[in-house]
Write a protein that binds this ligand. Sequence first.
Ligand SMILES: Cc1cc2nc3c(=O)[nH]c(=O)nc-3n(C[C@H](O)[C@H](O)[C@H](O)COP(=O)(O)O)c2cc1C
Length: 168
Amino acid sequence: QDGDTARIRGGKILVAYLTRSGNTRVIAQTLHRALNADLFEIRPASPYPADYEEHVAQASRERAEGYAPPLAALVTDIASYDEVFLGFPIWGQAAPPPILSFLKGHDLRAKALRPFITHGGYGVGSAPGTLAGLAPAARIQPAFVMEADQERRTLNQIKAWLGRIEGE
Ligand SMILES: Cc1cc2nc3c(=O)[nH]c(=O)nc-3n(C[C@H](O)[C@H](O)[C@H](O)COP(=O)(O)O)c2cc1C
């Protein structure tokens, strides 16, 4: 089945994605299997804090500075791909800083770029403009956009539960 998909579409496909809490990984792995595509996880050289609030604060500082953190690895043979599916969550109404690094670090000229974006309910913000600005020579296709669970919502519910327990 996978082989059929690859043959029908033709060309070599890369699925590259960034995730913190796993929502975007579910989509990436589904695409990887369905399209018989290579899978690449975008990881910054130094990982973000495990603590959610610390992560949000660091990402917010980086965004304000326009910082593009060095990545743990780049795709070695990016030139061999005809199509790149690029997945990421929205952080602070924007594409996450490591996505800036990915776009700056790879030549996507003439490739089809298919974004898939997850967000916690506030939409894609400035991300489409960032993609267009940093991959101007790619053939950017309409993004697949999906609202997904927010870690913050989980944290708030746990806090409320603990509050109720303490009040007992
Ligand atoms: C640092 C940070 C900032 C976020 N900012 C936003 C935001 O501005 N708008 C929004 O709708 N969701 C925001 N979210 C929620 C994520 O976009 C959403 O939960 C996403 O599906 C997470 O994907 P992941 O599980 O692949 O990491 C933020 C999450 C994090 C960690």
